[in-house]
Design a protein around this ligand. Sequence first.
Ligand code: ATP
Ligand code: MG
Length: 352
Amino acid sequence: MKSYNIALIKGDGIGPEIIDEAVKVLDAVAACENIEFNYQEALMGGCAYDVTGDPLPQETIDISLSSNAVLFGAIGGQKWDTLPREKRPESGLLRFRKELGVFANLRPANVYDELVNASSLKPEIVKGVDLMVVRELIGGIYFGEPKGRDENKGWNTMVYTRPEIERIAHVAFKIAMERSKKVCSVDKANVLDVSQLWREVVEEVAKEYPEVELSHMYVDNAAMQLIRDPKQFDVILTGNIFGDILSDEASMLSGSIGLLPSASVGSSIGVYEPIHGSAPDIAGQGIANPIATIASASMMLRFALGENRAADRIDYGIKQALAEGYRTKDIAGFDAKEVCSTSEMGSIIANF
Ligand code: ATP
Ligand code: MG
């Protein structure tokens, strides 16, 4: 029997509720696939600050680095918003990503057939959307030097080096090989010098993946095309700031923030988490949608552990639950057979 160590960081707000459902589903597929998960819980965010005075205790880093993958809920909440910046939950998360060296952020956006009417776009435009944004996460204009401001001027610098572009491009092409073998690299090469290098390096990396069809698009056009005809995309490869914007835009195609997973991966341990935050406004009520977190557990199985069959089982369970009309409150407006609680939804998916 294969055995995996999973670090569980439940966090704040709805974090514990949704992680519990993901664990329920993981245990159900483990039983079918003859694998085993050993969970180790670690604190991060507001709950960690309350207990230890630090939003990211060293123990959490140690536990994470000695695991096969990290399953992460969400952190933060009003209660901690007035703390000095380095004590706030969010600074713990940024430090955590840095400690783990996760340079690639994978954000799938898919539209479930059963929820095509949930998107604000027309069903014929979103039906069948299944794309993946691969965003560079620890470089680009958010980190480039020089940066600063004085009384009358503010400045940031978009910098990418050849190795930074190469490693993120490899991630995108490898993912494309497992999907529809199409990469659209998004940049602003008509204006930015850094984008010209980006394009050049992506072209070079593409030579190692002759089966993958590569195209390039300017970011302004990509923003438009995501709304006009999102089905044209398979893998979108892009830098930090463009990916930040485009991945949020793409997520709205699906209809609810409670549906989509994400992964942040690099050279060591990957972090798998829902795209939404800790939703303090609904915490403790048992109404949060656990699907984004359950789908994150599926991504973890696929990308970190190579347990594709177990991941397929989870994806199937999610689709079946929706096909049979089960809905949490956030997606209940759309032909709900039954509005179910967080834990009912988890159990239904676990039982498929
Ligand atoms: P953060 O800064 O952590 O991203 P936020 O307030 O910007 O927090 P969320 O915490 O994601 O964003 O919440 C945004 C809205 O979406 C809230 O109204 C929240 O209740 C809702 N929401 C978020 N996640 C879920 C979920 N899993 N199920 C249902 N509703 C959700
Ligand atoms: Mg937010």
